[in-house]
Design a protein around this ligand. Structure first.
Ligand code: NAG
Ligand code: NAG
Ligand code: NAG
Ligand code: NAG
Length: 237
């Protein structure tokens, strides 16, 4: 669960910050398959570098407090406190292989994130509703092992009004070796650590496997949109 949130925020932030702006402008010969493969590897390496430079890897928050309350806090007050939040590895993108074929209008790729871990020194939620208090405390570490994306992108080279490239479809297979979870979770003075660890290390991977085809379909749809808007921005410059 946590992982999905972090990745979503990250993707949105990259778009908002326009981190791609930092890309070195390179002319790419569409019919040079070797050069194209090298270019794609460079794009991925640049993306990893801009994640590091933007402070997403490692990502660290020393202390952050969010408070929401009504003018009469005994009716409703919500306090979230996060200390020592740390995440590592999101920019460690390993390109196993990238093959580009102009004849087949196809780009095949095999990339992976060997290890992404996230930890929090202490996190707590304290909510007061009509004078009743609800508290939740958590700490610990979660590590996601080997997220791998293997797939193909089919593209179209448009000649009119000028030469440009857009993506027609994308097939992606996502796999993950496992999640290691060592967290403490206390809700209303009751210890849910074992349940939470079991949920993260067993239920989440099993659910991912169960919904593999739906997740892959979603990745396909999102990647077509994302890459097309990226290409469009590049080509309009
Ligand atoms: C872009 O790449 C060229 C050649 O690889 C290099 O000389 C230049 O410094 C790079 N520019 C930026 C802004 O990274
Ligand atoms: C790319 O081509 C090489 C050599 O033919 C092959 O071993 C590799 O599996 C291919 N990669 C993908 C992602 O198709
Ligand atoms: C749980 O969080 C609350 C609110 O931040 C804090 O007052 C309390 O000491 C914490 N309890 C534990 C066991 O960490
Ligand atoms: C709820 O928490 C507030 C401050 O966090 C405290 O003043 C109040 O006494 C608590 N109420 C109960 C019923 O424990």
């Amino acid at each position: 669960m946590k992982l999905i949130v972090v990745i979503t925020i990250f993707v949105i932030s990259v778009t908002v910050n326009d981190a791609f702006r930092a890309y070195n402008e390179t002319e790419v010969a569409l019919n040079d398959e070797r050069a194209m493969g090298g270019y794609i590897k460079n794009v991925i390496a640049d993306m990893a570098q801009s994640m590091k430079e933007a402070g997403y890897d490692p990502f660290y928050i020393e202390r952050q407090e969010y408070i929401y309350q009504l003018p009469v806090p005994v009716i409703f007050k919500h306090v979230i406190l996060i200390e020592q939040l740390l995440s590592n590895g999101i920019s460690n993108i390993v390109v196993n292989s990238v093959n580009y074929s102009i004849l087949a209008s196809r780009l095949s790729f095999d990339i992976e994130l060997p290890l992404v871990d996230m930890g929090v020194g202490s996190g707590s939620v304290e909510t007061t509703v009509f004078g009743r208090n609800f508290t939740m405390n958590s700490s610990g570490k979660v590590a996601v092992q080997r997220m791998r994306f293997v797939g193909q992108i089919r593209f179209i080279v448009n000649l009119i009004p000028k030469i440009s490239v857009s993506v027609r479809s994308s097939d992606i297979a996502f796999t993950m070796d496992g999640i290691e979870s060592d967290v403490k979770l206390v809700v209303q003075n009751e210890d849910y650590s074992d349940k939470m660890n079991e949920f993260l290390s067993t239920t989440v991977p099993t659910t991912f496997k169960e919904y593999r085809s739906e997740i892959n379909e979603l990745l396909g749809i999102l990647s077509v949109e994302y890459i097309n808007s990226y290409l469009q921005a590049q080509q309009n410059n």
